[in-house]
Design a binder for this molecule. Structure first.
Ligand code: AP5
Ligand code: MG
Length: 207
């Protein structure tokens, strides 16, 4: 059983790698960002509460995230492991997670901010969950997985990306030290190249 946490700045490639890990090891990909975006789309109470924070590039308050994840981890499909993408993001969230879960490994995906800005500048996402990039799709915006039209995420505007990176530095980067001290964290250098090359590094960590 592997309970995996993926750490990393916005746009470092967490979602891309988490989807590959979930597929390879047949464990659920739990992304708090995806959960919020689904709730926003469906107009739920949680979606309404989260929307203003997400659109501004701020973190949703811990009180709205922690119970949500604890509930999700109790579901049946998470019994044989899971991959957490985008949680925890604050020390308070990490401490709360320690109370309800036994984390096998934390993978910290590292990428310089300049590269992140390029990647988020061209990211396209699909309602089906697929993520891609204009450099991969050319002029087409058609989702390679389901054929729907892909779109730019609301919080990928340049000024919002800057806000997200600042928040990452202030609130999430301290987790690198937090998990570093615990001794279960491995760093993956995402400058090695393609999505496949990064995934090879990730698999080495997991095997
Ligand atoms: P969330 O959805 O988690 O966003 P994020 O952390 O900002 O990360 P991203 O999804 O933007 O990037 P990623 O690392 O997944 O990169 P990706 O794989 O897409 O959170 C959104 C918001 O929700 C937060 O700002 C916050 O408001 C709220 N929230 C979520 N969780 C929360 C929590 N725990 N507490 C409080 N608030 C929370 O890749 C990016 C691009 O690069 C893509 O175009 C991709 O195709 C491309 N790419 C990936 N890998 C490569 C590669 N190796 N080579 C070339 N291109 C690549
Ligand atoms: Mg993501």
């Amino acid at each position: 059983m592997k309970n995996i946490v993926l750490l990393g700045a916005p746009g470092a490639g967490k979602g891309t790698q988490a989807a590959l890990i979930a597929n390879e090891y047949n464990i659920p990909h739990i992304s708090t960002g995806d959960i919020f975006r689904k709730n926003i789309k469906e107009g739920t109470e949680l979606g309404k509460l989260a929307k203003s924070y997400i659109d501004a590039g701020q973190l949703v308050p811990d009180s709205l995230v922690i119970d949500l994840v604890a509930d999700r981890l109790r579901q049946d499909d998470a019994k044989n492991g899971y991959i957490l993408d985008g949680f925890p993001r604050t020390i308070a969230q990490a401490e709360a997670l320690d109370k309800v879960a036994d984390i096998s490994v934390v993978i910290d995906i590292e990428l310089p901010f300049e590269t992140i800005i390029e990647r988020l500048g061209g990211r396209l996402v699909c309602m089906c969950g697929e993520t891609s990039h204009v450099s991969l799709l050319g002029d087409s915006k058609t989702c390679p997985k389901c054929g729907a039209e892909m779109y730019v995420r609301e919080d990928d505007k340049p000024e919002t990306v800057r806000a997200r990176l600042e928040i990452y530095e202030r609130q999430t980067a301290p987790l690198v030290e937090y998990y570093g001290k615990k001794g279960n964290m491995v760093t993956v250098d995402a400058t090695v190249g393609t999505i496949e090359k990064v995934f090879e590094q990730v698999k080495k960590v997991l095997e």
